[in-house]
Structures are given as C-alpha cells and as structure tokens.
Design a protein. Structure first.
Length: 455
C-alpha cells in the first residue's frame, strides 16, 4: 500500500520534531558530549592519533598506547572520523543517526504491514526520551538503536521461496554483525532468534508450512480478521540461521585482531567480567538488593568498591586486561554461589530496572524529566503488553524477530549490570510491537462497535 501525500507530510513533521528534540538536548548542554563517561572519546583519540584501538599510558612527554578490547570497536571507529570537530561533530553524527533511525523504523513498520500506523512507530522513536537524552552523550545508544532499526527494516515480512533466503539473510546478517560490534548484547539476539524460530515453527503449522508461503502476515491483519496468524515456516528458520551465521562471520576480523594483540581470539570484549561482577557482589547485594525499595548504589560506595576490586586484582596478579576479566568473572561467580537468595532477588531487581518507567532522581534527572518519562513509557509499555498478549504477535513472523530482541536484552541484563539506559538500544523493537498493540486495540474497538450496531 502506497503512502499518501498527507502521510509523507506527517512523516516529514515527525522527522523534523525528532531532530529538533535531539538538537535541543545536544545544544542546551553541549559539554555533555565532552564528558567521556565510558571511555569512547579516549579510544577515538587513540584511533585518530596512533591508528590503534587502545589507551594511552605513561607521561605526556613519553606516552605509549596499549591495545585494548575493553569496549567494542565500531562506535569509537565512527567517533574517530568526527573527533577532530569536537562536540559539534559528535552532535551532528548523533543527529544523522537519529534521523536515519526514525526513517528506518518507519520503513520496517510499512514492510511489516502496519500501514498508516507506521507513522506511530516512527513517532515513538522520534520522541523517545531515552534516545533523545543519549543523543547528547558519547555513548553507543544512538548507534545501537540505529543499527537495530536498519536490521528490522531488512527482515523480510514474507520469506517466500527457500532459494531467496540467502538474498534476504546476508545483508541482514551484515547489519546484525555490525550491531554486535557496537553492543555485544546483540550476540544474544543472534543466538536466540534461530532457537525461537525452530521451536515456534511447529506451533500451528499448516499444510504450506514447509514452503513458508504465508510468512509475515502480522497480528490483526485483514486476512485473518483480527486473529494472529502463525507463520513460522522453514524459510523463516533458514533466514534466521543464515542471518546469524553471517553476523558471527563479521566478528572474525575483530577476533583475529585481538588474537594478534593479546594472544587470544576475543570475539566479544574484555568488559564482560566487570559488568557481571558489578551486578553480583557483596556490596551491591547489601547496599541495593537487601535495601527496602531497592535504592540507588551510592556513588562514593561504588568508587570505594571499584578501588578495592582493582587492588585485589593486582595482589592476585591479574594486572593485564584478560587476566582482570577472568578475575572479575571468578569473583562474580563466587558471590552468586555464596549468596543464591540475594542473586535470585537481584535478577528481579535488574529486570525491573531495565524496564522501569522513569530514571532515579539521584542520578541527576529533574522532576519534569522523570514525570515526562513516566507518562511516555506507561502508555508505550501498555501498548507493548497489548501487542504481545492480546494480539499474540509473538506467534507470527516477523514479530517474533522483535520479540527475540526484547527477550535477549532482558535476559542478558538480568545477569549483568542493568539500568534504564540499557533499554535505549531496543527502542525500535519496542516501538514496532507497541504499534502492533495499538492496532490490536483499535481493531477490537471496531469489532465491538460493529457488534453493537448489528444488534
């Protein structure tokens, strides 16, 4: 179905509003783009100056660069191309990524059969508080969300003939591979999606399931009169496998680089041990998990804990990056085994923080920001629940793809460190499923109105 001229006009308005919101977040406090919270600016500087993804050490007069795999490489590589322009260059880069994210989510929604409601999906991304806020900080959230939106746009709504699976799966796999090089959590997506496609394929297979002809009619489509169509066929499974295989192949150059640098083929990063330990240690269990209301970990306590862990690692001989990663994993597993009850409760805490409606005030967010987030996300997540439960969109293709993203990220952050910021990367998937929920609700109202009129 072609978009009308008025629809394109509304899309243009949505894009302009989204860009203006991001520009306002950037230029009201441009110095936020200079605050290197996660170390990506330092990595970009080393790439630009020394052509090495590493960290500087030594004195200013006699500095050297030590290779690192502590962070994934894609975002600092992209930053290095605009680092010479300062915060303004980074802001323009994030603006361009934000614009592309809005457009590709709209394209994905159109391809997935949402029709005119595709503008709603684009609007949810354009006005998302998490994406707007993080467009003004040098972090991976805008790029991760943009790559996810592009990947979802490449998911075929109808995987028709098995011979065309590679043609659909290869470009999608390349994009998913880049997303994995931006945010390692996407590894879980690459692994989980084929498993879900395999188990859902036999859910309610019809006689054409092996041909997969009906692969992609979304929930509440006109052809099924509001009922979810179970369409996970063999082509959808093969597409998932091809996509995952290509995505994993994209990681090989990064693993080879790490093999040459560290003597070990690190496919992800050396940051995983620390993030697991950060979420599973005695101080966190006592200060947050066992505290009434599950408050925020006090910054001074966190700094003392970090210094203590680093000192213990040095005493244990874990001064190198790989050794420190293994040391953190051992400490985290020891805490989990020693305190299983607190670990189980901490899983619920981390899942809750991943999906919480507003940020904590102690983190520097004002009342207006928290209230706006609460209103926006209450409506959005309610529609998401309708899309998953009422319309049963998770049972059909391509909606299973969006669900796999949410399950993968939630599962990873149930174990590793989690907060509301981690959810920014999955905003495009949330927007699509929430829009499906809106369509289910509107279809239900229309059916009820028709039933009343027929009486």
């Amino acid at each position: 179905m072609r978009q009308s001229k008025s629809g394109f006009a509304i899309l243009a308005i949505v894009i302009v509003v989204g860009c203006l919101a991001r520009a306002a977040a950037i230029w009201t406090d441009p110095q936020r783009l200079s605050r290197d919270i996660d170390g990506y600016l330092a990595l970009a500087h080393c790439l630009r100056t020394y052509r090495v993804l590493g960290v500087e050490h030594g004195t200013a007069a006699d500095s050297a660069v030590r290779p690192t795999a502590y962070r994934p490489p894609l975002y600092p590589l992209l930053l290095s191309t605009v680092a010479g322009y300062g915060p303004r260059g980074i802001g323009l880069l994030h603006l361009a990524i934000g614009l592309a994210t809005i457009v590709t989510v709209y394209g994905a929604a159109r391809g997935w059969g949402l029709g005119n409601l595709s503008l709603t999906a684009a609007g949810l991304v354009a006005l998302d508080p998490l994406l707007i806020w993080h467009s003004a900080v040098p972090m991976t959230e805008p790029l991760a969300a943009g790559l996810l939106a592009l990947w979802l746009c490449l998911v075929p709504a109808r995987a028709t003939a098995t011979g065309k699976v590679a043609a659909y799966g290869v470009p999608a796999g390349l994009v998913l591979g880049l997303a994995m090089l931006c945010r390692t959590t996407f590894w879980a997506v690459a692994i989980l999606l084929p498993l879900l496609a395999f188990f859902c394929r036999s859910c309610r297979a019809d006689s054409d399931a092996t041909d997969g002809v009906r692969c992609g009619e979304g929930p509440d489509s006109q052809s099924d009169r509001g009922q979810s169509v179970v369409v996970i066929g063999l082509p959808a499974l093969r597409w998932s496998l091809v996509c995952a295989a290509v995505a994993l192949a994209v990681q090989v150059p990064w693993a080879v680089r790490n093999w040459l640098a560290f003597g070990r083929p690190v496919f992800t990063t050396t940051h995983g041990g620390y993030t697991l330990l950060l979420a599973n240690n005695d101080v966190f269990y006592d200060a947050v998990v066992r505290r009434v209301g599950f408050g925020v970990w006090d910054g001074r306590s966190l700094i003392r804990w970090q210094q203590q862990v680093r000192a213990e690692a040095v005493r244990a001989g874990a001064s190198g990056e790989l050794q420190y990663d293994r040391f953190c994993y051992r400490r985290a597993f020891a805490a989990i085994v020693a305190r299983p009850a607190e670990f189980a409760l901490s899983v619920a805490v981390r899942v809750g923080r991943f999906w919480q409606l507003w940020p904590y005030g102690e983190a520097g967010y004002g009342l207006a920001v928290r209230l706006g987030c609460a209103l926006f996300y209450s409506a959005q997540l309610l529609l998401l629940a309708v899309g998953l439960v009422v319309s049963r969109s998770w049972r059909s293709w391509p909606w299973l793809v969006a669900l796999s993203v949410l399950l993968a990220f939630t599962g990873v952050h149930a174990l590793y460190w989690s907060n509301m910021r981690m959810r920014a990367a999955v905003v495009p998937a949330v927007a699509l499923l929430a829009t499906a929920g809106l369509r289910a609700w509107l279809a239900g109202r229309q059916r009820r109105a028709g039933q009343v009129a027929a009486r």
